[in-house]
Design a protein around this ligand. Structure first.
Ligand SMILES: NC(=O)c1ccc[n+]([C@@H]2O[C@H](COP(=O)([O-])OP(=O)(O)OC[C@H]3O[C@@H](n4cnc5c(N)ncnc54)[C@H](O)[C@@H]3O)[C@@H](O)[C@H]2O)c1
Ligand SMILES: [Zn+2]
Length: 364
């Protein structure tokens, strides 16, 4: 499958996403064509390199195409400006210039850091993405957001630069730990809830195939999620309108991440955040109880938390929500599901109502 994200500017920019069960085999040919005379510098997550480097070398990936290979320790701790400087210096000493390109291979951390570096290296060079976690394949590699964290908060420094091409092969997911698979599944469930009821039904009925990482089942959910995200990004690249719908579950989700010192994982927090948004929507008479139940069931099947730990106070959640960089003005701003496959933006949330929901989910 190929998805084009066309961004309406002159000259038109297109970001191409290729998804396929045999994508690994197609990467050398696709890159050769897309790179032209550019030299290529690879930034690989070192864990992924250890697992997959031998295999892709056998497939003829051009790892030394007038450029070089840099291994990166990918952890959220390494997603910071110091890493960008280190990587940039390695590029300079390896001879990368304005006619070079960066190819990022790894999860969202590697993609965000390498994408950020590409967007500022010598005022910007092209970037290619090969996402290897489910989260990166359905979310972070699509849409051109790049960035690093500050001690004060996540993703506070960053740019928008669309990748030239994204190559997605679901077979990378076969080596992904269960916990990482679950984080990606939360974003897939989010996509389905936002705008794809068919995807929702597929996830509901194909748990076993997805859990054992069947490439064809994975390919199906990755394609649907990428299609949804690409449509939204195409309509609103810089997140001034419809792109905000992708934040379903993230308002409360981010607050939970922050309040647990990032002990709770992002996807897990988004799952709880989606349940909170759905509860709120039900209280406001906008969502059927049955759809809320289906959401709780699907999250529980995947082992995602649907309750808030009692140690977290509802007042603290509200303060954290108000401090979120994605807040709009003074009002609490929410994406609410109205049925499976449809959400609305709602900014008129009553504080008391919100507290009730948080307490009903277990918050102190
Ligand atoms: N740019 C965006 O639009 C966007 C969107 C969502 C999330 N993000 C960012 O993405 C990051 C999270 O991404 P992530 O969940 O992919 O994390 P990650 O990159 O840290 O990867 C998770 C773990 O999986 C390992 N790994 C990667 N691929 C593997 C494979 N195929 N087999 C085995 N292990 C593998 C990594 O080494 C790492 O330990 C966060 O920093 C978040 O802010 C960005
Ligand atoms: Zn997310």
């Amino acid at each position: 499958m190929k998805i084009d994200i066309r961004l309406g500017e002159t000259p038109a920019r297109v970001s191409e996403i290729f998804i396929g069960e045999d994508m690994m085999e197609s990467v050398p040919g696709a890159l050769e064509k897309a790179l032209g005379t550019r030299s290529a510098y690879w930034i690989w997550d070192e864990t992924v390199w250890a697992l997959w480097g031998g295999k892709v070398a056998d497939l003829g990936w051009p790892m030394d195409r007038n450029g070089g290979l840099i291994l990166f320790t990918a952890s959220e701790f390494d997603k910071r400006l110091a890493s960008v400087e280190l990587l940039a210096r390695r590029l300079v000493s390896a001879g990368a210039n304005r006619d070079s390109a960066i190819i990022a291979v790894g999860g969202g951390v590697t993609g965000d850091v390498a994408g950020f570096l590409a967007s500022i290296y010598m005022r910007g060079i092209p970037c290619f993405q090969v996402p290897t976690t489910l989260l990166a394949q359905v979310d972070s590699s699509i849409g051109g957001k790049t960035g690093v964290d500050l001690p004060e908060g996540k993703n506070l420094l960053g740019t928008f630069q669309q990748p030239v091409q994204v190559y997605i092969d679901p077979r990378f997911i076969t080596t992904l730990p269960d916990e990482e698979l679950r984080q990606g599944m939360a974003e897939v469930i989010k996509s389905a809830m936002i705008g794809d009821e068919v995807l929702w039904k597929f996830v509901e009925t194909n748990f076993d195939a997805l859990k054992r990482r069947d490439p064809s089942a994975l390919s199906r959910i990755i394609s649907a999620s990428c299609l949804l995200k690409s449509r939204v990004v195409q309509a609103d690249e810089k997140e001034s309108g419809v792109r905000r719908t992708l934040n379903l579950g993230h308002t409360v989700g981010h607050a939970l991440e922050k309040l647990t010192g990032f002990r709770l994982r992002h996807g897990d927090c988004v799952a709880t955040g989606m349940v909170a948004a759905a509860q709120l929507s039900k209280r406001l008479g906008k969502l059927h109880a049955e759809d809320l139940q289906r959401l709780e069931n699907i999250c529980e099947t995947w082992g995602m938390p649907v309750r808030i730990p009692a140690s977290i106070k509802s007042g603290d959640i509200i303060d954290a929500v108000r401090a979120d960089k994605k807040r709009i003005g003074e009002k609490l701003h929410f994406i609410l599901p109205v049925r499976i496959g449809k959400v609305i933006e709602f900014t008129d949330i009553d504080n008391g109502e919100f507290v009730e929901v948080l307490k009903s989910l277990g918050a102190g």
